[in-house]
Write a new protein. Structure first.
Length: 103
């Protein structure tokens, strides 16, 4: 299921212009910093960048999954017969509470 959701995510994601600009700024700063570091320090920097990218990708996918689950839940609620009613649910909860108190 997670692979299917990943495929859907890749198919429908569209990064904003602001996200693309930030990615470009990160790339420029990374290159500037890499030229100033020794080889061993560059390795550490590359590992850091790789981990940040992995975290960003995972967070992006998790966010997509959460949105999909929310949409799925809303769709299920809309299909319920009779339709969901907060007032009816609250009234039923209060009724049950009163019945327990009377016992």
């Amino acid at each position: 299921m997670r692979d299917y959701m990943r495929a859907l995510h890749l198919r429908f994601k569209s990064p904003s212009r602001q996200a693309q600009e930030l990615e470009q700024k990160i790339t420029v700063l990374h290159k500037q910093l890499a030229t100033r570091l020794a080889k061993s320090e560059r390795r550490v920097l590359l590992r850091l960048v790789d981990l940040e990218n992995a975290l960003r990708s995972q967070t992006d996918l998790d966010s997509f999954l959460s949105g999909f689950r929310l949409a799925s839940g809303i769709q299920r609620e809309l299909m319920e017969q009779p339709p969901y009613s907060f007032d009816a649910e609250e009234e039923q909860r209060v009724r049950k509470k009163l019945e327990r108190e009377e016992e």
